[in-house]
Design a protein around this ligand. Structure first.
Ligand SMILES: O=C(O)CCC(=O)C(=O)O
Ligand SMILES: [Fe+2]
Length: 387
């Protein structure tokens, strides 16, 4: 009989709606607690079989190989100071061209000289490590529940069935905007006491970067610079923040930290802590490990941006792998237009063989479908918005 975890492990209670629309519960082991036991084997529920050869086309049934190919050309890195200050117009144009290529070919890029002070990022790292440094019971006591099946809160993973392979991750997800989104809910950790304040400072700054990028991305397409930003709203746009903790994993060749996905957002901003080497992007039919200097931020083009740009920009298909002796943290911020907004794609989507045109969608309806069907082995959620 295969060995499995012992009885002392704590569990998250995951609620999910199954394929027949029935609300179900599944007990998901708390990965951080499992990792504390320094197992020399991977519990069965985390072992996965290959989902994909080509995630955009047909899934393959081959055994999943979790490879570690370094990106041959490093991920494009955009100097935000050249875009935001724009002292030198030629330099700025070159940077915009690089940005356009990155958003089109990779759906993912790094940004440097972004202007967020190291102190703000250090405070986020401190509170996140403080939270994950608590015992499981203390964590549960520190953060309340969203009382709904929407992947928010502590330990809410994308669980859809009892037999789906689980991700080797422990995570915490919060709504940071609109400000009243969490009114009456005690869903921000109370411990460390400055958790919310530290994360909100980062959110405020990261949001400005997103706005600059929305403007710059529009410029690269020679359309009105406001065309994307105008679909956002100072008060009502949504910002969700997810903290990902990947403990050391006994079998990085058999488990994933986060299963492959595209972000549903318009744009995502990611910070990683000291450790690198976990994020992979699917490009040119291969999974490539991203080289990500720790002080750079990473931007993902999300599905909503793919829709807004009518397919000119592509949301990246990415995943996180685990490492044997390394723990890794990342913080992801997801920036969306207001939930009730009906977003309109740019006119005249460029046509090529792979291109699909997009139609107007209500953001909240897009997200609802995305969460309903995720995780999927191929890039499927975006079909909801295709003509
Ligand atoms: O940990 C990472 O680098 C990736 C996280 C991610 O893709 C997500 O939170 O959506
Ligand atoms: Fe992601």
């Amino acid at each position: 009989m295969a060995m499995d975890i012992n009885n002392h492990v704590a569990f998250h209670e995951a609620k999910f709606i199954d394929q027949n629309g029935v609300l179900r519960n599944s007990s998901v082991p708390v990965v951080q607690e499992l990792a504390r036991q320094r197992l020399d084997f991977l519990p069965e529920r985390f072992i996965r079989v290959s989902p994909t050869a080509d995630p955009i086309a047909a899934p393959s049934s081959e055994l999943h190989e979790i490879s570690h190919i370094e990106v041959p050309d490093p991920l494009p890195c955009i100097d935000m100071s050249k875009i935001q200050l724009g002292d030198d117009l030629e330099d700025r144009d070159r940077e915009l061209t690089k940005l356009a290529g990155a958003a089109k070919d990779w759906g993912m890029f790094l940004i440097e000289k972004h202007g967020i002070e190291p102190k703000i990022l250090d405070e986020v790292k401190d509170v996140v490590k403080g939270f994950f440094g608590l015992s499981f019971q203390e964590k549960k006591a520190s953060v309340g529940s969203y009382l709904s099946v929407d992947n928010m809160g502590y330990g809410r993973n994308f669980v859809k069935s009892e037999d789906q392979p689980l991700d080797w991750i422990d995570r915490l997800t919060m709504k940071a905007a609109p400000r009243d989104a969490t009114q009456g809910l005690r869903v921000w950790p109370q411990n460390p006491p400055n958790f919310r304040e530290a994360v909100e400072k980062f959110v405020e700054r990261a949001r400005k970067i997103c706005d600059s990028l929305l403007h710059a991305l529009a410029e690269t397409l020679s359309v009105d610079g406001q065309i994307f930003i105008k679909q956002f709203d100072e008060e009502k746009s949504e910002v969700n923040v997810r903290v990902n903790y990947y403990p050391p994993c006994p079998r990085p060749d058999l488990a994933l930290g986060i299963t492959e996905h595209s972000d549903a957002s318009a744009l995502s901003v990611l910070v990683q802590f000291e450790a690198s080497g976990g994020l992979q992007v699917f490009k040119d039919m291969k999974w490539l490990t991203v080289q990500w200097p720790v002080d750079a931020l990473l931007i993902n083009v999300g599905d909503l941006m793919e829709i807004l740009s009518n397919g000119r920009f592509r949301s990246s298909w990415h995943r996180a792998v685990t490492q044997r002796d390394v723990e890794r943290f990342s913080v992801a911020l997801f920036y969306n237009p207001p939930s009730e907004a009906e977003i309109e794609p740019l006119k005249d989507g460029k046509s090529n063989n792979n291109h699909h045109g997009y139609k107007k969608v209500v953001v909240g309806e897009y997200l609802q479908n995305y969460y309903k069907i995720s995780p999927t082995p191929t890039k499927q959620a975006i079909k909801f918005a295709q003509i």
